[in-house]
Design a binder for this molecule. Structure first.
Ligand SMILES: C[S@@+](CC[C@H](N)C(=O)[O-])C[C@H]1O[C@@H](n2cnc3c(N)ncnc32)[C@H](O)[C@@H]1O
Length: 270
């Protein structure tokens, strides 16, 4: 049995959405939350869409996609989630074939969302200055590459965003989009802006207002125009036990302010 994509990975999904990725190869493996078993023997005779029992758990066998890969990812640094990644991807016009830079790469939270939409014709350049973070991100991306039907031309640069201009230029002529997620985005904006094509967009992910303001000023100093700045607010609803649906009790958590700026042609000096 293999997924429709031909992948040897499957996901075992609990009814509530929790999922376990399983590589269908011979040999015993330990899967956290499920136990120890030989995946090939366990899945023998089962197909995608079947229900299977593992220990006490009753699970549906599904083709894995981004949500299942993310539920199984290793995390070290704080990751950008679906709320902000989805907004950035749509607002910045990122899609099949786009050339995108992202950094710091961290645990690859954003990079996984980007890889999911770029297709095999896209290019993704990730930059990370801390090798111990890059290692976690790389492992998450390598597994995603095995799970997705298409994966972009992906490069992970070990370095500082403020110094990677020449390395990026060797990979692609110019960028359609760049997303900066570091503690001091305003310090790296001047190095990233020249890499963008005219009309290309740069975004900064800013957990605090100071980061937003400084990044805003830095982008404007570089001649970028601010297209959107603000915060995405997500409010989850639940089904009430006595009937009806209503907002849940969990508070709305702040993630970050987003700044999206576009590159325009310079004005001629008079
Ligand atoms: C919040 S984490 C990034 C999370 C990642 N975007 C995600 O969605 O999983 C910030 C990362 O930026 C890295 N970093 C900080 N300054 C950097 C710089 N100037 N150049 C490259 N990476 C940097 C840090 O080591 C850290 O791993």
């Amino acid at each position: 049995m293999s997924g429709e994509s031909g992948s040897e990975w499957v996901a075992l999904r609990e009814d509530d959405g929790r999922a376990y990725l399983l590589h269908r190869v011979p040999g015993e493996v330990k899967v956290r939350g499920l136990g120890r078993f030989d995946a090939e023997q366990l899945l023998n005779g089962y197909s995608i869409g079947d229900r299977i029992t593992v220990g006490q758990k009753s699970l549906t066998i599904v083709d894995p996609a981004l949500p299942e890969a993310r539920r199984n990812m290793a995390r070290r640094a704080q990751v950008i989630g679906a709320k902000d990644a989805g907004f950035l991807i749509s607002w910045m016009g990122i899609g099949v074939g786009s050339r995108v830079l992202e950094g710091g790469h961290g645990s690859a939270g954003l990079a996984m969302h980007l890889a999911n939409v770029l297709g095999s014709s896209g290019t993704l350049v990730s930059v990370e200055s801390r090798p111990e973070h890059a290692e976690v991100g790389r492992a998450n991306m390598e597994r995603l590459a095995e799970v997705l039907p298409e994966f972009p031309d992906w490069h992970l640069i070990d370095g500082d965003l403020s110094e990677i201009g020449p390395s990026v230029s060797e990979i692609c002529e110019s960028l359609d989009a760049a997303v900066i997620d570091v503690a001091e985005p305003w310090r790296v904006v001047p190095a990233i802006e020249p890499l963008l094509r005219a009309g290309g967009r740069l975004a900064c992910y800013c957990p605090t207002t100071i980061q937003l303001e400084r990044s805003w000023e830095s982008a404007q100093r570089q001649g970028l125009v601010i297209e959107w700045a603000g915060e995405m607010i997500e409010r989850k609803w639940v089904k009430a036990s006595k009937g009806g649906v209503r907002p849940g009790n969990q508070p709305m958590g702040h993630t970050a302010f987003l700044l999206i700026a576009a590159k325009i042609a310079p004005y001629e000096e008079e």
